[in-house]
Write a new protein. Structure first.
Length: 148
């Protein structure tokens, strides 16, 4: 028999972990900002369902990798508060894994969004309003983020 109280409690703990990830981890916040920009661009570019599925999967993979990296770093800090070459190697490998996943996600995003942007640029029937919205959704937040 399934103990639903335990299941609910497990979901609460998991939810708290996700909240902590976005509250305390700077890189998770950066990934969140990028995800918001990609979602806005995706709406402006009218992504298909399969493109949305692929993009959302990339978000999940990056955030999961970031969560694992954070857990590994916290465990390493608990086990060995002092600087140790093996702990450094573990942390470097863990953060390297996040970088690999993030690079792969960026490439997937560029393939999907870049392809759509090329479609927009080559389509004379794409409305001026859609092009303006796409440009402002992508360009303005990035300029604001990098200049402040």
């Amino acid at each position: 028999m399934i103990d639903f109280r335990k299941v609910i409690r497990s979901f609460r703990f998991a939810g708290q972990g996700i909240m902590d990830l976005f509250r305390f981890e700077n890189n998770a916040k950066v990934h969140l900002l990028i995800a918001i920009l990609v979602v806005l661009a995706g709406f402006a570019l009218q992504l298909s369902r399969i493109e949305w599925a692929i993009i959302l999967t990339q978000f999940g993979l990056v955030w999961a990798a970031e969560a694992f990296n954070t857990a590994i770093e916290k465990l390493c800090d608990f086990v060995s508060p002092d600087i140790h070459p093996q702990i450094k190697a573990v942390k470097d490998l863990s953060s390297g894994a996040v970088l690999l996943v993030a690079i792969a996600a960026a490439i997937v995003g560029l393939i999907i969004l870049g392809g759509r942007l090329l479609d927009v640029a080559g389509n004379p029937f794409y409305s001026h309003a859609q092009i303006t919205v796409t440009n402002s959704v992508i360009q303005h937040p990035l300029q604001h983020f990098f200049t402040h």
